[in-house]
Design a protein. Structure first.
Length: 402
């Protein structure tokens, strides 16, 4: 399923040079399954032609309250009432001021005033206008009325000044929009997630590690925030960007991950251990790079501490729900069952790492869940969708524990 599947979104475009960026937003949301209708103010349609938005959304663009052919298409009142979300992007200081004071003198402002769906506003303007106390007061009025503001970014404006006021980057706006469209079933939950591999140093140049990319753990963090959770991600080395709204602590070795997790676990309601922690580390780490001629060719290893097992021992005292992963290449169910029991888990996601599309580095996954209700095979799908399905099970367990 695509991120915006089945969502009806009305986008209001006002008179800012950033209107051209919103053409990209509309295109992405449409491609990801949304039914997007665009309303433009007169100033908005001077920056980007309505035809552009019509072509990108596949829907007629509404610009004028009194144009006969537009009013026949669909009533704008109805549009704002049937939508899942009304997004004004870019929102100028003028439109923000009008909306803050209930002035409904054009099609967009009238639609917003009559809307019964959530309204989000993405300001874009010169930083002087944005920082002006009048604009700030108007933004506060809109927030008090329950509108969500997508904070603008800091940077250089079209007018060559620098400061806050640039339209938010899509990556951040998208997460806020998805948050608004998602049921907030994890509100109030403090979720600790581990992700990625660990690295165990042999010398300053070399380490032992594994193929984990961190994608599954990061997908869990991103989707949990979207569903309202407060997320702390403890991550081994990866190339992934920290998901929006997630607090991240970076670690390198299993020992560092152990220390951070044990410290953070006392304060959370759910722990998900998606990290591929190294089971072994070199018995000795050379302080200088080992030279070819001095190498012994035999590596003495010792076992690392099992973090999940330790969390299982501490579970009753701190009262969190504990979820682990099992990376397996054979006898999946049997191995998962053993780990669930030995590590005192509430849920385990068993992962077949022998397939290219379900294991390390892949963008898709297929896991089997095991909890007190038995085994459930989840479908082969994106890691983000897999994350949502795992969170559905966690959410159900949390609800039944109340
Ligand atoms: N895990 C951990 N600390 C370790 C090793 C594993 O916390 N030192 C956690 C992983 O994050 C995962 C779960 O334990 O949630 C299972 O990891 P996995 O590698 O599948 O199994 P192991 O317990 O390491 O056992 P084995 O390698 O023998 O299968």
């Amino acid at each position: 399923m695509s991120r915006f599947s089945g969502k009806k979104i009305v986008v209001g475009v006002t008179g800012s040079i950033a209107a051209f960026k919103v053409a990209g937003w509309v295109s992405t949301m449409t491609k990801e399954g949304a039914d997007v209708s665009v309303i433009m103010t007169a100033a908005g349609s001077r920056f980007v032609a309505p035809l552009t938005f019509a072509a990108l959304s596949g829907n007629p663009v509404l610009t004028d309250m009194f144009k006969a052919e537009e009013s026949h298409a669909i009533s704008h009142i109805e549009l704002g009432q049937k939508a899942d979300l009304l997004l004004i992007a870019p929102a100028t200081a003028n439109t923000i001021a009008k909306l803050a004071h209930g002035i409904a003198d054009d099609l967009l402002a009238t639609t917003v005033l009559a809307a019964s769906c959530p309204v989000m506003i993405a300001p874009a303007m010169n930083s002087g206008m944005f920082e002006n106390p009048i604009t700030q007061r108007n933004i506060r009025l809109l927030m008090d009325a329950g509108y969500t503001i997508i904070d603008p970014a800091y940077g250089q404006m079209a007018c060559k000044t620098e400061g806050p006021g640039r339209l938010a980057e899509w990556e951040n706006a998208e997460e806020k929009i998805l948050q608004n469209l998602t049921t907030q079933d994890l509100t109030g939950q403090k979720i600790l997630i581990t992700a990625g591999p660990t690295r165990e140093a042999l010398d300053p140049a070399r380490f032992l590690s594994n193929r984990s990319s961190g994608k599954m753990g990061y997908a869990l963090a991103r989707t949990a925030v979207r569903r309202g959770a407060d997320v702390h991600l403890i991550s081994g080395p990866t190339t992934l960007l920290t998901p929006y709204g997630v607090k991240k602590t970076s670690v390198v070795s299993a020992e560092e991950m152990y220390a951070q997790v044990v410290q953070a676990c006392t304060d959370c309601t759910v722990i998900i251990k998606a990290a591929a922690v190294s089971d072994f580390r070199p018995q000795n780490t050379a302080t200088q790079k080992v030279k070819k001629d001095d190498a012994e060719f035999v590596l003495q290893l010792e076992q690392t501490d099992d973090i999940l097992k330790k969390l299982g021992e501490m579970k009753e005292k701190h009262n969190y729900l504990l979820v682990g992963f099992a990376a397996e290449s054979c006898n999946l169910r049997e191995a998962g069952e053993k780990k669930l029991k030995n590590k005192n888990l509430d849920l385990i996601a068993i992962n077949d790492i022998s397939n290219n599309n379900t294991g390390f580095e892949a963008n898709t996954n297929q896991v089997t869940l095991l909890d007190s209700d038995g085994f459930t095979d989840l479908p082969l799908t994106s890691k983000e969708e897999t994350a949502n399905l795992i969170l559905d099970r966690i959410s159900a367990q949390l609800a039944s524990a109340v």
